[in-house]
Design a protein around this ligand. Structure first.
Ligand SMILES: [Ca+2]
Ligand SMILES: [Ca+2]
Ligand SMILES: [Ca+2]
Length: 259
């Protein structure tokens, strides 16, 4: 009886493995404009976009990674772990920064990240997103290469299946910035302190979709639409926030132009 139960448990475990493998999803933004997958953290959406005009004020880069073949990294102000690219556009962000990107799609709140791809022309123009994880921690500027030390894991793209997103950097030719939006379910961050630091870990490239050329850049897409409740309850505070945001963004824009 015990032996039979053990066998049954083995069979059940095997089915679980099969089920998780079967859930692996490829979102193909080479041939489609959008796609999504659902895992234990919720549903994430990936969407091709035309280049966004630079200088619109809502685009705030916080991670650049670059390597040939495959590349990985996470945003930090502490240094350049993995394939991080040094400079002012790789830095710490806090949860309040991520919250500023919140958008509502069909009743669900998502945080909105944009990626700008830099790949060579021709056969090498395609590139893949292999892994995407978010961690939160009270401590900023980490440089560890042990991901489990980055804090509380809030979101993992490959939970429940080896998911992948495919891009073709050659789909966009115009000037401007950006090739695709990532929409990450806000519910995955429930209970996060607004002051906590957010580490976004990204891995791109595989044996089939190698990385090359310039850096890939990840950007917060801040949502400057006024929050109605806040404006209604605290009109003066809302006005001050709006003026402050415009001022900060103007300085950012100028800083970026002059870099
Ligand atoms: Ca490539
Ligand atoms: Ca994957
Ligand atoms: Ca590249």
């Amino acid at each position: 009886m015990i032996k039979r139960n053990f066998t049954a448990a083995l069979v059940a475990a095997g089915m679980l493995v099969i089920a998780s493998v079967a859930q692996a999803t490829v979102v193909d933004l080479i041939n489609n404009d959008s796609g999504s997958f659902t895992n234990p953290y919720g549903t994430s959406i990936f969407e091709f976009t035309q280049p966004q005009p630079t200088g619109t004020g809502v685009i705030d880069p916080f991670l650049r990674i670059q390597a040939n073949g495959m590349e990985q990294g996470y945003n930090t102000s502490g240094g350049t772990p993995f394939d991080d690219k040094a400079g002012p556009w790789t830095h710490d962000i806090q949860f309040s920064d991520l919250q500023s990107t919140a958008v509502n799609i069909n009743g669900t709140t998502y945080f909105k990240i944009m990626v700008d791809l830099n790949e060579p022309n021709g056969a090498k123009s395609t590139i893949s997103l292999e892994n995407l994880q978010f961690y939160t921690s009270a401590q900023g500027s980490k440089t560890t290469t042990d991901l489990s030390q980055l804090g509380t894991l809030r979101y993992s793209m490959d939970a429940g299946g080896d998911n992948q997103v495919l891009f073709d950097a050659a789909r966009n030719h115009g000037s401007g910035s950006g090739d695709a939006f990532f929409y990450i379910p806000a519910s995955a961050f429930a209970g996060t302190n607004p002051n906590d630091f957010v580490y976004m870990y990204v891995q791109m490239g595989s044996a089939d979709e190698t990385t090359a050329g310039g850096f890939e850049e990840f950007t917060l897409v801040r949502n400057l639409t006024p929050v109605p409740e806040m404006s209604a309850l605290f009109p003066i505070v809302g006005l001050l926030v709006a003026v402050g945001s415009t001022h900060i963004l103007r300085r950012r824009r100028m800083a970026r132009v002059s870099s």
